[in-house]
Design a protein around this ligand. Structure first.
Ligand SMILES: [Zn+2]
Ligand SMILES: [Zn+2]
Length: 333
């Protein structure tokens, strides 16, 4: 009977920088999925694409929420949502690279409904239980801010030869700032950051990084972690990386990027890596990173607000007024 259909509120990214709060039917979990009651979803710069162009599904991909599945072993448990769907049995999954599953390539919040809503359905193998000492507002940081940045550094470390590598981070958004903290945890001490936004550069400096001008050619580096997605920054990285050094591309940019195969590119041995998200097996290590630097990570979560405020708060975020604001449902319940 129609009056018994459970409804929920959700954000609809209409395109042209418009978000409307709408009512939708509360989703029904399919076989192998559970219903998650969203506690908090962090805003992310990668959502700008959907904000401008519109979203086919409910957006929001940095999600923490409580499992709502009576009888399920995780019922009531706070979980972070691992967004890449993965089969668990292909060669990539078997090697632990669940973020690169060869069988399925759907991402929650992109190719199916995400966390800018009161509820979503999550495949059981995408639930990452969050320990009790980590509160729901910080839990989304375990994903993009900590997971993506730490994975990039772990991959780079496999190719780095310098014992005390000099590091340049280009772009100090949440991921770039996460790279600074994860690099320190790895014991790297010479960390430079190039970032045009003074507020973000100031946080990087407070975290112990040295700020260098954007576009500066003054120094060369063993490791360059490119977090801006800016093509000029990528080109500069090719110039500045030392022989035997490593460039990791973490920033995203949908526009084609052309590499000129000149002597700068050709005449030194270096590794150019692209990394994406993180393997599910890294989650415990990422929890430890959060615990070790809780106050610093918490500083990145500089706003929290209810769903009704998302249209306005998302515009503020897009204007660079906040670092890692979270949509929070906790005040409502
Ligand atoms: Zn994100
Ligand atoms: Zn797989």
């Amino acid at each position: 009977m129609s009056q018994n259909i459970a409804m929920m509120e959700a954000a609809d990214f209409r395109g042209n920088d418009r978000i409307e709060i709408i009512r939708l039917e509360r989703p029904d979990p399919a076989q192998g999925e559970v219903l998650l009651r969203v506690a908090s979803t962090a805003l992310c710069g990668s959502d700008f694409k959907l904000w401008h162009g519109g979203a086919e599904h409910v957006a929001g991909h940095e999600i923490a929420g409580h499992v709502q599945a009576p009888g399920h072993p995780l019922d009531g448990q706070l979980c972070a949502v691992y967004i890449p769907l993965h089969c668990g049995t292909c060669p990539a999954c078997e090697a632990g690279d669940t973020q690169s599953c060869l069988t399925v390539s759907s991402l929650i919040g992109w190719n199916r409904d995400g966390g800018y809503a009161e509820y979503l359905c999550v495949p059981e193998n995408c639930l990452l239980p969050v320990p009790d000492d980590i509160d729901a507002r910080l839990a989304p940081l375990l994903l993009d801010t900590i997971g993506t940045s730490a994975h990039a550094l772990r991959e780079a470390a496999r190719h780095l030869r310098a014992q005390a590598p000099s590091v340049l981070v280009t772009g100090a958004g949440p991921v770039g700032l996460g790279v600074v903290l994860a690099a320190q945890a790895l014991g790297y001490v010479h960390i430079d950051v190039a970032e045009p936004n003074p507020a973000r550069a100031a946080i990087a400096a407070d975290f112990g990084a040295s700020i260098v001008p954007v576009g500066s050619h003054d120094k060369r580096y063993d490791l360059i972690v490119e977090c801006s997605g800016n093509h000029a920054a990528r080109d500069l990285a090719i110039h500045l990386v030392l022989p035997k050094g490593v460039i990791v591309l973490v920033g995203e940019n949908a526009a084609p990027w052309t590499i000129t195969e000149d002597k700068v590119f050709r005449r030194k041995d270096f590794a150019l890596l692209r990394t994406f998200y993180f393997p599910k097996g890294d989650f415990a290590a990422n929890v430890e990173l959060l615990r070790a630097n809780r106050d610093r990570y918490a500083r990145l979560v500089d706003d929290a607000f209810p769903l009704a405020d998302l249209p306005r708060k998302f515009a503020d975020f897009a204007a660079g007024k906040s670092i890692k604001p979270v949509l929070s449902f906790e005040g409502d319940r």
